[in-house]
Design a protein around this ligand. Structure first.
Ligand code: NOJ
Length: 545
C-alpha cells in the first residue's frame, strides 16, 4: 500500500501579515511569501499552509472573510495569489489554503442582507433566533435564545434590531455563523472550496471545523465545572459544549467534504478541532480514512518536556491514528504561545523537540519562526490589536498564565525575523503592523543560516534526513522499553528497514547498552556509539540502523 503525499508531507504555517512585506506598508503580503519560497525550500519543508488572505475587514486578521473569491488588497491581488500557487509548485512544493467554513465577517454582503429583515433571500443563511421570552420585549426585558457560550467567553448570541432577533457567533461577535442546514449555504461554500481547488491549491486547513453544525433545536448546554476551554476539551465558561460543538452532522460533513476534494485528486484537508482525541479521530473517519485526511490534535500544544510525557503521548496518538490514519504533530500555532516558551528558551531543548517532531510517525506542522526559536513578545492587553484580550482587560495577566491560556495572540504573531537590518528585514516601513521582537539581532534567519549548530540548521538536517529515509515518512512506530528513565526511544520500520530513534530528555548525559552498529544521525554531534553502548549527551539524540 502506498501512503498518499498528504500523510507524509511536512507543513510550514505562514501567517501572511507577519511573514514578509514586499510593498513596504508594514504588513506582510503574498509577494513577500513568493520572495521567501526559496528559504522554505532550502529548509526542506514540502508544503506551506497560508492563513487567510481573502477580502476581509481584518477585525480577526482574515478569519473574518467578506469575500472568499477575492484577495484583501493589503495582501495582494488575485494574480499574486495565482502566482503564489504557481511558484510554490515550481519548487516542487504543495500549498494549502485556510478555509473558514463556520462563519463569515459581519460585513460580508450575505450577512448584511440577512440581517436587514426577516424576509429576504438570505434571511435564513445565518442562525437567527428570537428572544426566548417574546413577551418580555414589551417590558424592555430581552432574553437570549439559550445559554450557549461563545468559544472566547460570554454569550455568542448578538441582537440585531433590524430583525428583532439574535444571531449566533461561535467565536467573536463580528463573525456570525453560517446556517449549514440551509442547502444553498452548503452549496455555495462547497463551490468556494471547488473554486480554489480548480486553481491548483493542494488542500485546505479547515478553521474550527467542529463548530459548523449546532444542535437543531438549540438545546441548552449542561453545566460543567470548567472555567476555560482547553486544547482537548471545548467545554468552558461553566458549561459543556454538548449542543454547540461536535454534532453528528459535523462528522458527516467531514466525509462529504472529502468526497468533494476527491474530485480533484489527492487533496490534503486538515481540520482544526479542539476536542478529546477520540473525537478528533472521528473527523478523519471511523474505520477507514474517508473523512478529513488529517486533524490537528491540540493536547500537545501544552506539552511537558519529559520523556515520560512524550512516551505516553506518542503511545496514545499512535493507537488512535494507526494506519490508515495519520496523526499531526504540532507544538505551536497562531493562537498559542510559542513552543520555546515551554522550553524556557533553551535551544538545546528546541532541537530535541524538532527531532521528535520530524522523526515520529506523523505529519509535522511548524509555525513560522519556530525554526529560529522565535519567542513570544509580552504585550499589554489594553493596546492589543487582537480583539480577544479586550474582553479580559479586567483580569490580571498572571491568572491566565497560571491557567496556561494564551489570550493576547499578538504575542505570537510578531514579524518574522529575517536578518539584523531594520525591522528584522521584514519590512522597510516606518512602522510594522506589530512590533518586531527586540531579540531579532541575535534570533534571525541570516545569522542562524551561517551557524552550523543553529536551530535552523538542525531543522534542515532533520528534514533532509526525513526526506532521504522513506522509513521516517512511512514506517510504523514501536516504542522501546527498558531505556533509562529520561530517554525516549522508538523504532520506525517498513518491511525492508528499521531506524531506531533515541532522545535524551535529561540535562545530564545518559549511557546505555544497545546492539547496533551504525549511527546515521547525531543531533548535537557529541553523541557516541560503540559496538555495545550508546552515550547521549544532555538533550542529545541519535538515530541508528
Ligand atoms: C481559529 C483560528 O486559528 C483563529 O486564529 C481564529 O481567530 C478563529 N479560528 C476564528 O476564525
Amino acid at each position: 500500500m502506498t501512503i498518499p503525499w498528504y500523510h507524509k508531507t511536512t507543513i510550514y504555517q505562514i501567517y501572511p501579515r507577519s511573514f514578509m512585506d514586499a510593498n513596504g506598508d508594514g504588513v506582510g503580503d503574498l509577494r513577500g511569501i513568493i520572495q521567501k519560497l526559496d528559504y522554505l525550500k532550502d529548509i526542506g519543508f514540502e508544503a506551506i499552509w497560508v492563513s487567510p488572505f481573502f477580502a476581509s475587514p481584518q477585525r480577526d486578521f482574515g478569519y473574518d472573510v467578506s469575500d472568499y473569491l477575492s484577495t484583501a488588497p493589503e495582501f495582494g491581488t488575485m494574480e499574486d495569489a495565482l502566482q503564489l500557487i504557481e511558484e510554490t509548485h515550481r519548487r516542487g512544493m504543495k500549498i494549502v489554503f485556510d478555509l473558514v467554513l463556520n462563519h463569515t465577517s459581519d460585513q460580508h454582503p450575505w450577512f448584511l442582507e440577512s440581517r436587514s429583515s426577516r424576509h429576504n433571500p438570505k434571511a435564513n443563511w445565518y442562525l437567527w433566533r428570537s428572544p426566548s421570552l417574546p413577551l418580555g420585549e414589551g417590558l424592555g426585558v430581552r432574553v437570549k435564545p439559550n445559554n450557549w457560550q461563545s468559544m472566547t467567553g460570554g454569550s455568542g448570541w448578538h441582537y440585531a434590531g433590524e430583525r428583532g432577533q439574535y444571531y449566533w457567533a461561535s467565536f467573536l461577535p463580528f463573525q456570525p455563523d453560517l446556517n449549514w442546514r440551509n442547502s444553498e449555504v452548503k452549496k455555495t461554500m462547497f463551490d468556494i472550496a471547488r473554486f480554489w481547488l480548480a486553481k491548483g491549491v493542494d488542500g485546505y486547513r479547515l478553521d474550527i471545523f467542529n463548530t459548523i453544525y449546532k444542535n437543531e433545536e438549540f438545546r441548552d448546554n449542561p453545566f460543567a465545572f470548567k472555567l476555560a476551554p482547553t486544547p482537548n476539551d471545548p467545554s468552558g465558561f461553566l458549561q459543556k459544549a454538548k449542543y454547540s460543538q461536535d454534532q453528528p452532522e459535523s462528522f458527516d460533513l467531514a466525509r462529504e467534504f472529502r468526497k468533494l476534494t476527491d474530485e480533484f485528486g489527492k487533496i490534503l484537508t486538515v481540520g482544526e478541532v479542539a476536542a478529546a482525541r477520540e473525537v478528533v479521530r472521528t473527523y478523519a473517519g471511523e474505520e477507514t480514512n474517508d473523512g478529513l485526511t488529517l486533524v490537528f490534535d491540540f493536547e500537545m500544544l501544552q506539552f511537558k518536556f519529559t520523556a515520560e510525557y512524550f512516551r505516553a503521548l506518542i503511545e496514545d496518538i499512535d493507537r488512535h491514528f494507526s494506519p490508515p490514519f495519520m496523526p499531526v504533530y504540532v507544538f505551536s500555532n497562531l493562537d498559542k504561545r510559542r513552543s520555546i516558551h515551554r522550553l524556557r528558551d533553551d535551544i538545546r531543548k528546541a532541537k530535541l523537540l524538532a527531532m521528535l517532531q520530524f522523526t515520529v510517525r506523523g505529519v509535522p506542522c511548524t509555525y513560522y519562526g519556530e525554526e529560529l526559536g522565535m519567542t513570544n513578545l509580552d504585550l499589554p492587553f489594553k493596546n492589543a490589536l487582537d480583539p480577544i484580550p479586550h474582553k479580559y482587560t479586567f483580569a490580571p495577566r498572571l491568572f491566565f498564565d497560571l491557567m496556561d491560556v494564551t489570550v493576547n495572540r499578538d504575542e505570537v504573531r510578531t514579524p518574522m525575523q529575517w536578518d539584523e537590518s531594520r525591522n528584522a528585514g521584514f519590512s522597510v516601513a516606518e512602522k510594522t503592523w506589530l512590533p518586531v521582537h527586540p531579540n531579532y539581532p541575535t534570533v534571525n534567519a541570516k545569522r542562524e543560516n551561517a551557524d552550523e549548530t543553529s536551530l535552523l540548521n538542525t531543522f534542515k538536517r532533520l528534514l533532509k534526513f526525513r526526506r532521504e529515509n522513506i522509513t521516517m515518512q512511512e514506517g510504523l512506530l514501536e516504542l522501546l522499553n527498558g531505556l533509562p528513565k529520561n530517554v525516549l526511544g522508538f523504532i520506525r520500520k517498513t518491511a525492508s528497514e528499521e531506524r531506531i530513534v533515541l532522545m535524551n530528555f535529561d540535562e545530564r548525559e545518559n549511557e546505555f547498552p544497545l546492539d547496533s552498529s551504525e549511527c546515521v544521525f547525531k543531533l548535537s554531534g557529541n553523541e557516541e556509539l560503540d559496538q555495545k553502548a550508546v552515550r547521549l549527551n544532555g538533550f542529545g539524540g541519535m538515530i541508528v540502523k
